[in-house]
Design a protein around this ligand. Structure first.
Ligand code: F6R
Length: 612
């Protein structure tokens, strides 16, 4: 969630810390802060509530010096997003930035208060600074103090420590939240991810669970959770250095919606052999999964990625005859699921590859002896590194907090995997494989055509922006798209929205319908259309404002029952849920623009959810 950067450099640290924090702002943006050591080793600290630009302004009017420091961009867990609660937190000679949650901070705080420590903030993180400072006061060195302190912390954390009077030292630690060392020329860095250190170096060492490290400008030492010194591989990270720009688009989200012809084409191109009209799974270890031996598939993810698994559930069952269960990662391991002893595959879906609940569910399944696979967008992420098999999405960096191109890339990859599974399991004829692979390769072109609806959807959005509640309905494989449409709208426009299965309407939600409530039907003219049409008419009969998203045949069949129509190009029903994601994204986007919200960084959210 929060973003961390640490620099032991050879040039002024503050501008570099700000540059890194800009790249980390997707992790949280409710306050930011920086601490550096000046030429005499004295600590300087500046913090500001709100977006990073506030910290930038604070530094412009009250600069700090020094070529070594730590920085942080925060997503509040404990305490309001005020200046006082912003990191770094300081006690005596110790400054610390933290990503994660310290679960036993209350008892530690009581203990430290009893020893005379005075706390300035409501945060769990301040406890860490006091704990380490107390250890140092008792005579321990910085390294001993951190080592002893880490043993007392419960919860999840990535930490970076800076010490007054120690101009060639940073200490980092990782448990449950990622942290990487960047190795420069006579410089050393710490970062929440490779993106943070990419402007300075492409040589990165990922700390493993429980690792902690001591850095100087010339060297680094890594210790594991038992405090034994260990070596970890150096990875060369390609391409992360390029700044991701908005180009001519007003928002990253808009750019990412419009990138979808390319991002789906790239992803599908990695899975579908167009000449042979067949699917060949990419990635190391793909051959290790024998789909004919799999007896059940458990798919686990959060948020939008979870909705991708809900669509894929239909595909795996229909195309591959594979029994599927989908779960929200935050629920999965706490309900003590009955997992198959043999033949089970657990498949995780994540854009960031760092979502704490999804990662914890992956580890849980591995512990239980299940084979694991992950559909993931960030190849260097924890989930990508820990899953037995990585099924990549090639959406490219997604910056807008609301997921768009990652979702359609996840769906594209999952559709291809379902085809591969169907072929391996003998549930699909060669003709069907050709049809479905062809349908997938046509998707990018159909998305391009659908994007031409942008202006008409923007006009419709002016009307929807006045609503206080919006309902999304879909049947079958389009039900999860209704859920996703509602999620997209509420997260960026702050309008309350709910997604339901169309058939469920009369079992309760129909009570919400009145002339003030727009109802968006996601309903191509497929085998379930007639049933959706009945539901649509039930809404229209109660003066609900119906918006029908369908194709030419569906629009014709609905005649004048809908108040608004969004007509998509005809497509194979197999890929329809991917295509129909695009108008619901555009609708949410334009409603948010109409309402003037912060589209790319909506309130209270963060792109990468690394706390439970
Ligand atoms: C919604 C959204 C979130 C993420 C969820 C999982 O637009 O982006 O619901 O889908 O936080 O994130 P990842 O895919 O990174 O695991």
């Amino acid at each position: 969630m929060c973003g961390i950067i640490g620099i032991l450099g050879s040039e002024p640290a503050a501008p570099r810390i700000i540059e890194a924090l800009k790249r980390l702002e997707y992790r949280g943006y409710d306050s930011a802060g920086i601490a550096t050591l000046d030429a005499d080793g004295a600590m300087q600290r500046r913090r500001a509530p709100g977006k990073l630009k506030n910290l930038d302004e604070a530094l412009a009017s009250d600069p700090v010096t020094g070529d070594q420091g730590i920085g942080h961009t925060r997503w509040a867990t404990h305490g309001l997003p005020t200046q006082a609660n912003a990191h770094p937190h300081v006690s005596g000679p110790v400054a610390v930035v933290h990503n994660g949650i310290i679960e036993n901070f209350r008892e530690l705080r009581h203990e430290l208060e009893a020893k005379g420590h005075t706390f300035q903030t409501e945060t769990d993180t301040e406890t860490i600074a006091h704990l380490i400072a107390a250890n140092m006061k008792s005579g321990m060195s910085e390294i001993e103090a951190v080592q002893a302190g880490l043993g007392r912390l419960e919860g999840a954390f990535a930490l970076a420590f800076l010490f007054e009077g120690r101009p060639d030292m940073l200490i980092g630690a990782r448990k449950g939240s990622p942290l990487a060392i960047g190795i420069g020329e006579g410089e050393m860095f710490l970062g929440s991810d490779a993106l943070a250190v990419a402007p300075f170096t492409n040589r990165v060492v990922y700390l493993e669970e429980g690792d902690w490290c001591v850095l100087s400008r010339e060297s680094y030492r890594i210790f594991d959770k038992k405090n034994a010194e260990v070596t970890r591989p150096v990875t060369l990270v390609q391409g992360a250095g390029a700044a991701v720009e908005k180009g001519n688009y007003r928002h990253f989200m808009q750019k990412e919606i419009f990138e979808q012809p390319d991002s789906t084409a790239r992803t599908i191109g990695a899975y579908v052999n167009v000449l042979k009209q067949t699917v060949e799974l990419p990635g190391e270890g793909a051959a290790a999964i024998d789909w004919s031996e799999i007896t059940s598939l458990q798919m686990i993810a959060c948020g939008t990625a979870h909705y991708a698994t809900r669509v894929a559930e239909y595909w795996f069952e229909q195309v591959a005859g594979l029994p599927v269960k989908t779960d929200i990662a935050s629920e999965f391991r706490y309900r003590e699921p009955a997992l198959p002893k043999t033949g089970g595959l657990a498949l995780f879906v994540s854009q960031s590859g760092e979502t704490a609940d999804t990662l914890a569910a992956l580890r849980y399944c591995k512990e239980k002896g299940l084979k694991t696979a992950a559909v993931v967008n960030v190849p260097t992420s924890s989930i990508a590194r820990e899953a037995d098999l990585v099924l990549p999405t090639l959406a490219g960096p997604e910056i807008g907090v609301a997921s768009t191109k990652a979702f359609t890339a996840q769906l594209s990859a999952l559709a291809a995997v379902a085809i591969a599974a169907g072929r391996a399991r003998g549930t699909m004829s060669r003709d069907a494989e050709i049809r479905l692979s062809r349908a997938l390769t046509e998707l990018p072109r159909l998305i391009s055509t659908t994007l031409l609806l942008d202006e008409s959807i923007a006009r419709l959005a002016r009307d929807i922006a006045k609503a206080t509640d919006v309902i999304y309905l879909g049947r079958g494989v389009h039900y999860p798209i209704a859920l996703e449409g509602a999620l997209k709208l509420k997260e960026i426009s702050y309008i309350h929205a709910e997604g339901y299965a169309s058939g469920e309407l009369k079992h309760g939600p129909i009570a919400l319908i009145d002339e003030e409530t727009p109802v968006v039907f996601v309903a191509p003219f497929d085998g379930l259309f007639d049933k959706s049409l009945s539901n649509l008419q039930e809404v229209a009969a109660r003066r609900g404002e119906v918006i029908l998203i369908s194709d030419a045949a569906g629009i014709r069949a609905a005649a004048d029952a809908p108040a608004h129509r969004i007509e998509l190009p005809d497509c194979d029903p197999f890929i329809a849920p991917i295509l129909y994601s695009v108008p619901v994204q555009l609708l949410a986007y334009h409603v948010a623009v109409e309402k003037g919200t912060d589209v790319d960084q909506p309130r209270n959210l963060a792109k990468s959810v690394t706390v439970e």
